[in-house]
Design a protein around this ligand. Structure first.
Ligand code: PLP
Ligand code: COI
Length: 361
């Protein structure tokens, strides 16, 4: 499907000087670009009215279904500027496919892959000056999302839906940078359960994770690691990231995709890159007790979390109400090796032998 986006330029965009200033220290998700992409869907008519419009508030009827029943999904992906000033997307078709899976779970309509990717490309093209310079490892974070915009009360799938893409220049997700984060481990609060929405990227999962996240903050931690609700010992993922453990013999262990966690694109890329670095990827059941005892006896020497926002961030320790478990590997060496290998592809510092990049500008 090839669709033409009708473009309504923002009448009062930021000046080049303002954009140059804010991309120097963008933080995360604080500033948004001048435009957003928008596509409407109506039952019977399908997808229509693709537009690029000025970034700004969305008018929704107070009875819009999303506001009451949370029928919403989203994605996270990034555009990277290379040294030669070109701008690239990283594996956007994977995000499009995951968006389709999330849509199916939430009874939202499936957005075709080329429409999803085209919307992202259109927005990045028109707001390309917001893609930060290559030096500094900043990027333009894209947030595609779909909401049930139909006005009605009653629990059923909406017959009017709107898809948007907004964009925000970003630096590191963790303010402290790549120095190691502490992770609070909870089995009190569950993020998802078998048959639930854990494998979908929907807002409700994140709302459900907040209480645990704030419990983590109270214990000095940046993120929470969730344990599967019924088994109470199976490691799942973090509130907004997947998790890996590095073994003393080069094992690269991450929980298998069981239907309760997100199929992370960074996770998948690490499994591929890890193999070519000579590591031994293992997707399998991982229990919290194995993590804790493995760290204590040196079986696991490093741990890290990964995601589009978090990139690849070393974990300095897992904190529980019974004690702390801190991997003893020196200087996060393997984590940083994997991190550099993935970033080298994303920033075009190494040939893209996997075919993961797609040029936009
Ligand atoms: N798990 C959760 C719950 C997330 O929110 C994210 C971020 O999108 C991830 C994992 C990592 O996914 P990806 O690497 O595709 O960004
Ligand atoms: C992402 O990594 O894109 C996410 O959606 C996670 C969130 C913590 C920002």
């Amino acid at each position: 499907m090839s669709v033409t986006f009708e473009i309504s330029p923002n009448p009062s965009p930021r000046t080049d000087a303002e954009v140059a200033e804010l991309v120097k220290d963008p933080g995360f998700g604080r500033y948004f670009t001048d435009h957003m992409a928008q596509i409407a869907w109506t039952k019977g008519q399908g997808w229509h009215s693709a537009k690029i419009v000025p970034y700004g508030p969305i008018a929704l009827d107070p009875s819009a279904a999303v506001l009451h029943y949370g029928q919403e999904i989203f994605e996270g992906m990034k555009a990277y500027r290379h040294e030669d000033d070109s701008v690239w997307l990283f594996r956007p078709e994977r995000n499009a496919r995951r968006f389709q899976t999330s849509a199916a779970r939430l009874m939202l309509p499936e957005l075709p892959t080329d429409l999803f990717v085209d919307a992202a490309r259109e927005l990045v093209s028109i707001d390309a000056r917001y893609v930060p310079p290559a030096a500094g490892e900043h990027s333009l974070y894209l947030r595609p999302f779909m909401i049930a915009s139909e006005a009605f009360l009653g629990v059923r799938a909406a017959e009017e839906v709107t898809f948007y893409v907004i964009a925000s220049p970003v630096g590191p997700y963790f303010a402290q940078g790549v120095t190691g984060v502490d992770i609070w481990v909870t089995d009190r609060w569950a993020r998802a359960g078998i048959g639930g929405t854990g494998a979908a990227k929907c807002g409700g999962n994140y709302a459900a994770s907040l209480i645990a996240q704030y419990e983590g903050y109270e214990h000095g931690c940046n993120q929470v690691m969730f344990i599967e609700a019924s088994e109470k010992d199976r490691v799942e993922e973090l509130g907004g990231m997947n998790v890996f453990l590095v073994g003393a013999n080069g094992e690269l262990v991450t929980p298998a995709l069981t239907g309760t966690i997100l199929d992370g694109i960074t996770r998948d890329s690490i499994l591929t890159v890890g193999e070519s670095l000579g590591l031994k990827p293992e997707q399998r059941r991982l229990s919290a007790s194995e993590v804790f005892s493995g760290i204590a006896d040196g079986t696991f020497v490093e741990a890290f979390c990964c995601g589009t926002a978090a990139v690849i961030s070393p974990i300095s320790g897992f904190v529980t109400d019974k004690g702390e478990y801190r991997p003893q590997g020196q200087g996060f060496a393997t984590t940083l090796q994997i991190r550099n290998a993935v970033l080298d592809v994303q920033y075009g510092r190494t040939p893209d032998e996997y075919g993961w990049l797609q040029r936009v500008v």
